[in-house]
Design a binder for this molecule. Structure first.
Ligand code: CA
Length: 135
């Protein structure tokens, strides 16, 4: 829950849409009391206010462009949370998501929606590694 120390695993995920159920992201991790930090970029298609949604078990918090848009750092079961941020089409914004699992089921999902875009998981086409350079 403190995300302290050196990471046990570093890897690239194409999207943030996981339901580990009673397991964890990797067999080398225990199934309880683990945490994850995703760092990357998010690129919207439209210039407008986006609703950002998470469903998670347990805690999750989301920063976009340094703003904390979802802050739900607590034990919970598959709970949806919502925040909003205005973004510009085609611009890369810093994205940071932190997550922790207490015990039992584990899941983490990042979604978005806007006036021009139906609510759904943020696709891998809109997510970029931290070092990505815009085309
Ligand atoms: Ca749990």
């Amino acid at each position: 829950m403190q995300l302290s120390g050196n990471p046990v695993i570093v890897r690239n995920d194409a999207a943030l849409d996981f339901n580990w159920r009673l397991l964890s992201p990797d067999a080398t991790l225990g199934v309880d009391f683990f945490s994850v930090r995703w760092s990357g970029k998010i690129k919207p298609l439209y210039s407008e206010t986006y609703q950002i949604f998470t469903t998670s078990d347990d805690g999750i918090r989301v920063w976009i462009n340094g703003s904390l848009v979802i802050d739900s750092w607590t034990k919970q079961s598959g709970t949806e949370r919502q925040g909003s941020i205005t973004m510009n089409a085609g611009q890369l914004y810093d994205l940071k998501v932190e997550y922790y699992e207490n015990q039992g089921d584990a899941s983490a999902r990042l979604m978005w929606g806007s006036p021009s875009q139906a609510k759904g998981a943020v696709p891998s086409s809109a997510l970029f590694l931290p070092s990505s350079i815009q085309d």
